[in-house]
Design a protein around this ligand. Sequence first.
Ligand code: PAF
Length: 285
Amino acid sequence: MVPLLETIDEVRRAVAAARASGKVVGLVPTMGALHVGHLRLIERCRAEAGLVCVSIFVNPTQFGPNEDFARYPRTLDGDRRLCTEAGADLIFVPDVATMYPGGPDSTFVEVPGLTGILEGASRPGHFRGVATVVLKLFAIFAPDLAVFGAKDFQQQLVIRRLVADLNLPVAIRTVETVRAPDGLALSSRNRYLDPDQRRAATILSKALRLAAGAVAEGERRGDRVRQILRETIESESLARLDYAEVADAETLEPLDELMRGRRAVALLAVWIGTARLIDNAILSE
Ligand code: PAF
């Protein structure tokens, strides 16, 4: 089984030994409750790195006071088996005091601009928590590359901005969303869905497919594409829309018009029961 490391010293020793033997160091940051989507991140990391590190830490600072921090699934034994199968070399499983020696309200990093909209508007403080913990992980591992999933589209943009703004020597890789055969994007939070809600949750990928289909057939009006997203979500009685947006895929600026040469992305956040699900699709390259 892949080793579990609890301290920063152990991580630094493992990373130093790998570097001394000329290995590239890769990091896959996670909050655990791993699924096939995470395995793809680990495999992507393995394609470039000689030392593949996974971190599992349910980061309290990225959850709002009424969010699901307490009930977020914690499945370390299963996670460890999956990481072993996927070929990870080590798993870092710090506790809160290790990650936040000064307490969770101590020093933080804020990435302006991208973080006040969409997920940032619905979940105030979320990206401050994400950016801070990812920066800490980068300080602990000093990885050459780090791998994130495209399902958290805004998150990977925030992290890219963080890396660029702070001149961090780490390459960011983003891996395609993995979907169930019926289209639902894999997510640790899918575990919150009962069978009816699980069926209803396919409405997100259906809405994105319809929006992408309309664009492929020539629709260029941002509002019309947003309307397709909204109306499709509203057609499912178990779904409650948080946001449906069509935006520039680099800046997340809402688009009035889809234009050739400007990558556009459709982004959704939808409540199904107590699960808040997000998904996205690139609409045009
Ligand atoms: O995407 C996640 O699982 C988390 O937001 C991350 C990047 C591991 C930070 O806690």
